[in-house]
Design a protein around this ligand. Sequence first.
Ligand SMILES: O=C([O-])C(=O)C[C@H](O)[C@@H](O)C(=O)[O-]
Ligand SMILES: [Mg+2]
Length: 435
Amino acid sequence: MVAPRPADLAVTEVRLTPVLIADPPLLNTQGVHQPYTPRLIIELVTAGGATGLGETYGDTAYLDLARPLAAALIGRSVTDLNGLAALAERMRGPSQPAGPDGVDAAGLRGVRTAGKLRRSVRSGFEVACLDAWGHAAGLPVHALLGGALRERVAYSAYLFYRWERHPDGPGEPDDWGAALDPAGIVAQARRFADRHGFTSFKLKGGVFPPDQECAAIRALAEAFPGRPLRLDPNGAWSERTALQVADELADVLEYLEDPVSGTEAMAHVAARTPVPLATNMCVTTFEEIPEAVARGAVRIMLSDHHYWGGLHATRELAALCRTFGLGLAMHSNTHLGISLAAMTHVAATVPNLDHACDTHYPWQTEDVLTERPTFRAGHLDVGDAPGLGVTLDRARLAALHRRWLADDGRYRDRDDAAAMRRADPGWTTPAVPRW
Ligand SMILES: O=C([O-])C(=O)C[C@H](O)[C@@H](O)C(=O)[O-]
Ligand SMILES: [Mg+2]
């Protein structure tokens, strides 16, 4: 293959397509997933005709930033990823007025500053640039990141308490059934293990009183002896509860994820238990690392290329984890196959990926790709196809975009508490600590 000329790598077109994808009624401490959740699909075209795909959150605040960034990218090279980062830092959308970064919400994704929103948007563009560059050069994305260190990446089963169907009628039905007790969680885990070969399991907690969730973890430990188990209540517990749970489950937990809210509380718990603590909440930005390290609040960082700012930023985070002796794993939120491919490529290049990566993907019955990635023995193959190695299914993209267009605004911004109110009108996001 002839190396692309620099002029061929200039972006000539950027297409942004918001979509609504089906999401099952998965429960967490804030509420329940809505029947449909927004994602943004980014397509780049270069002067040489290469195309690149990226994906990020699709809520309004992200779209507001993605539109000006898309316009500003025209004429720039897909190789200019540092320039993209600088450009993204200067972007403001209508929902981000000029001024210092404000913390406008603290949800399951950790702090929500304007800077973090910008990094989440940039991540989708960075992935699209790398995909287009890879197609132009005939190289896989992992090669552009320095090369794969492994041929396959391990993922863990992401178990959720869930209802059989959404309370307010709409939604795409599935055949998983309800899982609301230890037997239901074990049955769900068995299905994940049989279908995808996963050998480690994470339970999304913070839904039921901690003794019920401890019973579910115990049941998993009996059903899958010796397998790594994780429990993540998204900061819903008090320090006292977290220590009780850590004590109760110390012999079976790989780690406890965000048992309490905030770096200070995490540090207090970490100092009193041998169970490692992991986070995708109290540390989700580079600025939050020094305090967490100084206080010894976290032993394992959950990277997520979306909110850390892309694949290069994920590698920078990995380097800091090596520097400070922290473990590294990978967080996941509802996402499609483009992001799963990006996660797999970057995970393949990181020397210190110490734990299987999380992924929501098996819960997603819809995608915009011609072919769904297949987990084998709990792993995804990294592959050497150019770019991300995925192909867009235009008909599927168009159909999911039509759903977004037809929506009256109800599902265009993810709101798990609003979804819960359809079953329980008095529901408000519980204050923490909840237990
Ligand atoms: O590990 C986590 O904290 C998450 O994956 C956060 C997500 O928002 C998850 O709790 C969810 O989607 O319900
Ligand atoms: Mg978590």
